[in-house]
Design a protein around this ligand. Structure first.
Ligand code: ZN
Length: 219
């Protein structure tokens, strides 16, 4: 985002890719899982290439306020190895979450090892919850230490909330060819098939039209 101050290098093509990522899922943790299109494929489309991308995307998705993003970038330039490790761990979490959500979309049972892994990340994050007063009431929020881990903590918490909510039954996978983006189907008739009509929906429409034309030429 334009208002995030950069501390180590100028904006790159990779930054722009993270900022161009379309947030179509209707849920933060599903949008995060969609930062790769083509899980398990050798040539998937990756939007996140390093910790900096993760920070920029988090700002783009509304997860980190600008001031926190700036702080995370500053911290990552001071501790590049820790930032790289945290990035790898967050990507590992993303792939586990994809498998769990994809199982829900396909009506399959999740792998127990994946459940335990997410549970472990979530449990670790709970140590950073704190009770803060807000007027006459109280809120449960996160402390900000360590800042590098705050992104994966929030994403894991968002994922657990979805996994344990009735919305889990509304997770769908795009029917587009070579697209495995996930989304929450909140349509009235629950028949949404595409990540977006502009992309996969239109491509499928064109393909059907081509097939009809071909069939017409043959008859
Ligand atoms: Zn799609």
């Amino acid at each position: 985002m334009a208002d995030v101050k950069t501390t180590s290098r100028a904006s790159t093509a990779s930054d722009r890719e993270a900022l161009d990522h379309r947030l179509i899922a209707g849920n933060l943790s599903l949008d995060f899982v969609n930062t790769l299109n083509g899980h398990g494929r050798a040539r998937g489309h990756e939007y996140l290439h390093d910790f900096r991308d993760l920070v920029m995307w988090s700002r783009h998705a509304g997860l980190l306020p600008s001031s926190e993003a700036t702080r995370a970038l500053r911290e990552s330039s001071l501790h590049p190895f820790a930032a790289e490790r945290e990035f790898r761990e967050t990507i590992r979490l993303r792939e586990i979450l994809f498998r769990l959500f994809a199982c829900s979309a396909r009506g399959r049972r999740a792998d127990m090892a994946d459940l335990r892994s997410v549970e472990s990340v979530w449990r670790e994050g709970q140590r950073h919850l704190q009770l803060v007063s807000s007027g006459r009431s109280y809120l449960l929020g996160w402390d900000d230490h360590p800042i590098l881990e705050s992104i994966s903590r929030s994403l894991c918490s968002s994922a657990i909330t979805l996994l344990t909510s009735p919305d889990i039954e509304r997770i769908r996978m795009c029917s587009g060819e070579a697209c495995d983006w996930l989304f929450l189907d909140t349509s009235r008739n629950h028949l949404r098939r595409w990540c977006s009509m502009d992309e996969c929906g239109n491509r499928a429409k064109m393909r059907r039209r081509r097939l009809r034309l071909k069939a017409g030429q043959r008859s």
